[in-house]
Ligand binder design. Structure first.
Ligand code: ADP
Ligand code: MG
Length: 681
């Protein structure tokens, strides 16, 4: 495969239809030449004229200054970086077409870094589309590829004609017309309607995309509804079901929200159809106990339950917590991770296969290994957003039963705002824990410049004197694990010196699993006063005595990640604090997005509010993208603003699956085929 073809593949442009659906980001109007005497300050214009001056000025900042004369007036073209080839193209006497923003008034018009080319050949007839590209793939190549795709793709309408009335425009645009138009718009069109995607052709494309998403999710949901799962309801020998025994043994009362969600789950489990439920609850809202209660229902009915967590630390913590709750009630638990000794693993696998262990806790080792369950009926995934697409697919195929499918409960502390969840997770049922257990004191969050580090260390000393513990989190520097480590190690050394009276621990991803868990145990048991850590502690760790967290280089973290981290404190009754240390490096001040994130953190400790802000700052594409890592993304439609189109798609999807199944299939494959290929790969 040639280089450009590889890039096309990377862009997901595999089939002719994928190319046809690769729509321009924007357009350039190269159809007209404007006279300099007619342009005004701020105009985006294309001018054509003869170069009268071309000089490189060395004084001050080196720059190339070119004067262009079009007969009506002159304009200065200014370049701060340029190649020798450009110098040659701009030689005195050459005729040039330049495009850019006009600055300055009548006296001294100029363009900064205009795009330009030799003034040869006809002007283009239509607007010039600019496509999203990658790895320097030239626009001209993409344009040819897209035109080729348009010519070869099957563009016949899949949306039944009688459902198109919503388009309003008469006659309604069909898919072919809409695509032809968006790739080759006529110069007369109002550019603004193309740029804000309000043009009827764009409306058509966005509606199609939303419909594909709704169809595929509804189809998945229906396929699942046709499957059979074991019915799990409370049972017990002496009238005391395991589930009720666990409830009675818990050291606390369930909150109202926990009771409600626990009933939602129990209701699903009692049905002969596989549950497919997402439980979203803020950090610390008490999801683990709901997992245990669901597990008790399953185990009490004589089946096996598996709980999978994204990291070993978290899996181990769940393991301890669950055996604490369930072993006294006679439940035998197995434990599976990647770092386990062969001999131990063999023993565990045997217990799982024979059914001796009715609860299995572990990392993705649960799905990667040759684990054979005797009778798995419920799979629970904690922090499900942390698992990649491939892992989720592996899980799905692993869970695929011969006769009966297991129920699936996914838990996440990164809530998705309700409107998004309804449309984006149309194939899931969503339960929401919107109440924290009682007795929590709110976390005080402060945004502090790194220059005040000593003061922060003083605050840590105060907390330690009260017998509390402190987390200090260092960022993950993606490009360099080594740098990452240096940062954490340096901070560890600094804190060890500054706080000689307490033990300071260090946790990072390079440690062996046994070392990690030794450090974690030392912190949990209170032997370490301070834990310096990279983001390995991000998810789920529960040490109620920790009352302060410092996040170094907080400006480098995403909003939901900051919120997850902060959720490690404020788990006990003590007043807790979170310090977001930022550093601007060489820059004079923090970037806008970083400042917005830190401000949002200081203003709210509600995960749903944070998610809403995150969505606002990043937009749904990126917001969901990070979460879905590659799963169906909306490219054109916007779930927040295209609500009318979304309603239309939601209404039509069930109708279309019932009445036009072949077109529905064709529609899904047209829009999502390349992604499905990608997911299979
Ligand atoms: P998360 O939802 O973040 O996974 P956890 O399940 O780890 O939260 O619960 C956080 C802490 O709250 C744990 O120490 C847990 O035992 C405790 N907890 C859970 N539910 C209640 C409750 N109803 N009352 C008091 N404490 C609770
Ligand atoms: Mg948790």
């Amino acid at each position: 495969m040639s280089g450009p073809q590889k890039v096309l593949q990377k862009l997901g442009l595999l089939r002719p239809i994928d190319l046809a659906l690769h729509l321009p980001l924007r357009y350039e109007d190269e159809t007209r030449i404007v006279k300099l005497s007619d342009v005004r300050d701020g105009d985006l214009a294309q001018i054509e004229g003869t170069v009268t001056v071309c000089e490189v000025r060395q004084r001050g900042q080196r720059q190339l200054l070119v004067t262009l004369d079009d007969g009506s007036d002159t304009c200065l073209l200014r370049f701060f970086s340029f190649y020798p080839s450009q110098l040659k193209a701009l030689a005195v006497g050459n005729r040039i077409r330049a495009r850019g923003e006009i600055r300055g008034g009548l006296l001294c018009r100029q363009m900064m870094h205009p795009s330009f080319k030799a003034a040869v050949g006809e002007l283009p007839q239509g607007l010039t589309p600019i496509y999203p590209t990658a790895a320097g793939l030239p626009q001209a190549y993409l344009r040819r590829a897209v035109q080729g795709g348009l010519a070869r793709a099957d563009l016949a309408d899949t949306v039944p004609a009688e459902h198109l009335f919503w388009l309003g425009a008469q006659p309604a645009w069909n898919l072919r017309q809409a695509l032809m138009f968006l790739h080759n718009p006529t110069p007369q069109v109002a550019l603004a309607t193309l740029e804000d995607h309000s043009h009827p052709a764009w409306q058509r494309l966005k509606a199609e995309e939303l419909l594909a998403q709704q169809l595929s999710q509804l189809q998945a949901k229906r396929e699942r509804a046709a499957l059979r799962a074991p019915t799990l309801s409370p049972q017990g020998n002496d009238g005391m079901a395991l589930h009720h025994q666990l409830l009675a043994a818990l050291p606390f009362q369930l909150t109202g929200a926990q009771r409600r969600v626990s009933e939602e789950i129990a209701h699903d489990l009692a049905r002969p159809v596989p549950m497919h439920r997402l439980l979203q609850g803020d950090v610390g809202s008490g999801k683990t106990v709901l997992a245990a209660l669901a597990g008790a229902l399953c185990i009490g009915a004589g089946w096996q339950c598996a709980l999978m967590a994204p990291t070993e630390i978290l899996a181990e913590q769940h393991f301890r917590k669950l055996i604490g709750w369930l072993e006294p009630l006679g439940v035998k638990t197995a434990w599976l991770t990647g770092s386990q000794k062969i001999k131990e693993r063999r023993a565990m696998l045997a217990m799982i296969a024979s059914g001796e262990a009715s609860l299995v806790v572990g990392t993705h080792a649960i799905i990667q290994d040759k684990v054979v369950f005797k009778n798995l009926a419920l799979a629970i995934i904690d922090e499900q957003h942390r698992f990649g697409v491939a892992q989720r697919l592996a899980l799905r195929s692993k869970l695929h039963g011969e006769v009966l499918e297991p129920h699936l409960l996914m838990m996440t502390a990164t809530p998705i705002p309700r409107t998004l969840a309804m449309s984006y997770y149309a194939d899931l049922d969503v339960s929401t824990l919107d109440e924290l257990p009682p007795g929590r004191t709110p976390i005080l969050t402060k945004v502090v410049s790194d220059g005040r580090r000593d003061e922060v260390i003083g605050r840590i000393r105060d907390q330690l004197a009260l017998g509390r513990q402190v987390y200090w989190v260092c960022p993950l520097i993606e490009e360099s694990e080594a740098l990452d480590l240096t940062n954490a190690t340096a901070t560890h050394a600094q804190l060890s010196t500054a706080l000689p009276e307490v033990a300071v621990g260090l946790l990072h991803s390079r440690l062996a699993q046994s070392e990690k868990s030794a450090v974690m145990t030392a912190f949990t048991s209170g032997r370490l006063g301070v834990l310096v850590s990279t983001t390995v502690i991000e998810v789920g760790v529960d040490v109620p005595n920790a009352s302060m967290m410092v996040i170094e280089h907080a400006e480098r973290f995403g909003l939901s990640q900051l919120h997850q981290l902060r959720g490690r404190v404020g788990r006990g009754a003590a007043a807790s604090a979170c310090v977001l240390l930022y550093s601007t490096g060489d820059a004079p001040r923090l970037g806008d997005a970083a400042r917005d994130r830190l401000r949002a953190m200081a203003q709210s400790s509600d995960g749903f509010e944070i998610a809403r802000r995150d969505l606002e700052i990043r937009g749904p594409g990126e917001f969901l993208g990070a979460r879905q890592s590659g799963a169906a993304l909306l490219r054109f439609a916007d779930l927040l603003t295209d609500t009318a189109l979304l309603d239309w798609a939601r209404g039509l999807a069930p109708l279309m699956l019932d009445l036009y199944p072949a077109q529905a299939r064709q529609h899904i494959s047209r829009w999502l085929g390349a992604q499905l290929e990608y997911l299979k790969a």
